[in-house]
Each structure stands twice: as structure tokens, then as C-alpha cells.
Design a protein around this ligand. Sequence first.
Ligand code: SAH
Ligand code: SF4
Length: 416
Amino acid sequence: MPLTIDLKNTDTRDALALRVKAVSPLPDGQKPSLIGMTREEMSAVLSDAGIPERQVKMRVQQLWHWLYVRGVSDFAEMLNVSRELRALLSERFTIARPKIVDEQISEDGTRKWLLQFPSRGAGKPVEIETVYIPEEGRGTLCISSQVGCTLNCSFCHTGTQTLVRNLTAEEILSQLLLARERLGDFPKKDTPQGAIVPSEGRKITNIVMMGMGEPLYNFENVKTALLIASDNEGLSLSKRRITLSTSGVVPEIYRTGEEIGVMLAISLHAVRDDLRNELVPINKKYPIAELIQACRDYPGLSNARRITFEYVMLKGVNDSLEDARDLVQLLKGVPAKINLIPFNPWPGSQYECSDWEHIKVFADFVNHAGYASPIRTPRGADILAACGQLKSESERMRKPERLALEAMMIAGHGEE
Ligand code: SAH
Ligand code: SF4
């Protein structure tokens, strides 16, 4: 349901206008984007632009439809909006897509986009990666939430890149809009106005916040973007098809349950605090017991709505049968599935992936204990799109480094 707001109340309007400014401070001359604004924020900026109060609600509704149902990226395509208003809107705002620096398509159909967003404030333009993974009967878009990451998980490539900045709600949502556009997921341009636009047959059926960055360290923007992605008058992705992955920021896990309501994935990776402190250092702040309690308290869990626990398989580190036993014990009573991720190596990484046979034994044990434990097949390895390999921007890999990594990936694949 759209929220309503009293736009005659100047305090509220000023507060909203401030928030709009605060979330996306732009250098002079750069127009703010209407994408990624809540309905209230959009109402406030439209009123500020001089749109009569009695029209604002209707205009927001129209814009919402064009942006999120039709997926237009040019005001000129908004056919039921008058020429004058389109001119006013394009003078003040933008709805353009981010710049595609690179688009790669893997042999297995996985696609990876390197996208550039303009600078905010004094910073430089930034680059992030978004990955599309087609599978039988579904297609998943893996979205980034930050440029780099502040958390230094020892097995993660993104973790070696220091945080450059949080992405705005617009930038998070733009990844979905751009991918849908590139994949032909929006209705054809000549679809008549008012036609019912079917949601079946979409290429992107699911989204996962599993790209670069820790989404719960960018809570507000991730929340705004996901609420827009799941808004049923727009992109209308079911919240059951949106999964947010976190390394375990406990207070924000509670907020995610209360304020966003999407599915949760936890990067667990170890079942003892001493080892998890090493692999996922945020564990020192929020140890395993607190993390599992937050999972137990997550609203709406059932056998059909389970938490995913991600567990990267590191040879000789966390992959023993004793670990498997402790894992089952730890998750007792939590509606859970366990996603075993073969470690994806990167240059300079100190770990090796567990042997395939070993992973299978581990998976069988967990399976017998009653937990679904799919082994995540590495996807898009030839284009470095697999988990933990995303790293971009100023620190993009030099060519020799990249070739070395590709060789490692191909060798790794041969073993399977
Ligand atoms: N920061 C969030 C989401 C992004 S990481 C989080 O940590 O959950 C997405 C998943 O990839 C996480 O489970 C992460 O632990 C895992 N991952 C990171 N590096 C990896 C690597 N080199 N090989 C396999 N999985 C990795
Ligand atoms: Fe950040 Fe997640 Fe990588 Fe840890 S695993 S460094 S939280 S992106």
C-alpha cells in the first residue's frame, strides 16, 4: 500500500527534502535521480519543483508506473505525461541508467556487468559489479550494496578492497533496472497504455544481496531499495524471492525482520567462535550464540521460509566431520538450509577449496541430519563472477593478475 503523507505540513516536507539531499549529495550541475526515492520523497521533490499539490499524488503514481512497471529511462517515453511536464521533469531530474563499463557473458550464461556511478560529494566515480545467474526455471540477480567492504573476512576478495562508499538506494535499485532492461525483462515499448503487464516468464525471478559489500552496514539505502523492488504497484518481486546475505550484524538482523521482511542468509562459515573470529572478524563483536539467537527470533520462519546458512568449504580449516556435527547441533530447531560454497580462490588468498569428495561427505552428513544442503556450483568462473571474487573500481586487477586467476579457476574446474 502506498503511504500517504501530509504535504501541507512544511516540517515534514522540509525533513524529507533534507533526507533526499542527505542520501544523495550530488556535485554541482548533476541532477538528482527519481529512481530509488520513496513515494514520500518523490512527492516532496515534485512539490518543490512546482507541481500543484492536488496533482502530486497522481503524478507520483504515473511516474512509479513508468519507472518500475515499464522500465523507461527517458522522460520522453512517458506518453500520458504532458510535454510541458516532461520538459520540467527532465530539466530538474534524471532517470538515466548507470554507465556500463563492461558486460561479460560466461560460457554458462552467467552475465556480469561492471557499472559506473557518478561521484557523490567530493569523491570520484565508483564502479561495482552485478551478476545475473540463469538456472532451470529461475534467474537470480546478485546485487552489490557497497563499493568495497569494511569487514575483512579472510577468505573474501571484496574484503581486501577497503570501503570506498555506500551505494545509494538509487544505485542499488538501478542494478535491477539495468539488468532487466539488458535481459529484455520489461514490457515492449509498444505495449499499449493500461495493458496488463504479465509478470510470468521474467528472466529475473529472484534477487540476492550477495554482491560486494555488507548490506546491513548500509541499512537505510538497502531497505529503501528492497521495499521499492517488492512494491506491488511496481517491480513487484515477492519478498520470498529476495534474500539478503549478512556476515552477522545482529542488531540490523532484527531490523531487517521488522522493517524489510525479506529472506535472510547468514554467512556462518564456522561453528566455533575462535575460528569464526578469524574467518569472519565481525564475530568478535557479535559472537555465534547472539547471531543464532537473532536467527531464532527472525519473524515468519517456517519450513517453507527458512534461513540460509552459507558455509564456505576451506580445506583443513572448517570442513571436518566434527564441524559438520557441530553445525547440525548449532542449528537445531532453526528452520534452515545450509548452502555449501566451494571456496573460490583469488590471487594471494591463503586458503584452498576442500576436495570435492570431502565436500560431498560433509553435505551427506548434514543432509542425513535433515537439512537441505545444496553445494553451490561455482557460476561464471570464466568471467570471475563467482562468490567472493567481485572486486572492482580503482583496484581493478591488472592483466597478469587476472590471467593467473583465470588459470586457477580453470584448473579448479577440472577437478570436479
Ligand atoms: N557481505 C555479505 C554479502 C556478500 S558476500 C556477506 O558476507 O554475507 C556473499 C557470500 O559469498 C558470503 O556468504 C561470503 O561469505 C561468500 N564468499 C566470500 N568470499 C568467498 C570466496 N572466496 N569463495 C566462496 N565464497 C565466498
Ligand atoms: Fe564483506 Fe561479506 Fe566479503 Fe565479509 S564476506 S568481507 S562481509 S563482502
